[in-house]
Design a protein around this ligand. Structure first.
Ligand code: FES
Length: 109
C-alpha cells in the first residue's frame, strides 16, 4: 500500500495510505486535501497543480507537452511543478511528497 504525503501552505503534513493505479488528484480529493481539479483530469485547467518534492521529481515520468502547456498557466509555478491529475500512483512512488502551491507567489514576487 503506497503512502502519499501532502504538505499544505502552513507546512502541515498529511500522510495517506492509499492504493496504486489512481491519480494523485483523486487521492487528494478522496482524502479532503484542498486540490480543486476543476476539469477532473481533462487537462483543461491547472487547478490540480502540485509541487513535487525535488527528491521525487526525477522518478516521475516526464510531463507531456500538453501538461507543460497547462502548467505554464498555473500560479506559483516551480521547477518541480506537475498536474496532479497526470500522475498515476505506482508502488515505486511509495512515500512521494507533494506540496500545495502558493497561489499568490506570482503577485508578491
Ligand atoms: S484537473 Fe484539470 S488539469 Fe488536472
Amino acid at each position: 500500500m503506497p503512502k502519499v504525503t501532502f504538505i499544505d501552505l502552513d507546512g502541515v503534513k498529511t500522510s495517506i495510505d492509499t492504493r496504486s493505479g489512481i491519480s494523485i488528484l483523486e487521492i487528494a480529493q478522496l482524502n479532503g486535501i484542498d486540490v480543486e481539479g476543476a476539469c477532473e483530469g481533462g487537462m483543461a485547467c491547472s487547478t490540480c497543480h502540485l509541487i513535487v518534492d525535488p527528491d521525487w521529481f526525477d522518478r516521475l515520468e516526464a510531463a507531456s507537452e500538453e501538461e507543460e502547456d497547462m502548467l505554464d498557466l498555473a500560479f506559483g509555478l516551480t521547477r518541480t511543478s506537475r498536474l496532479g491529475c497526470q500522475i498515476t500512483l505506482t508502488e515505486n512512488l511509495d512515500g512521494i511528497i507533494f506540496s500545495l502551491p502558493n497561489e499568490t507567489n506570482n503577485l508578491i514576487g
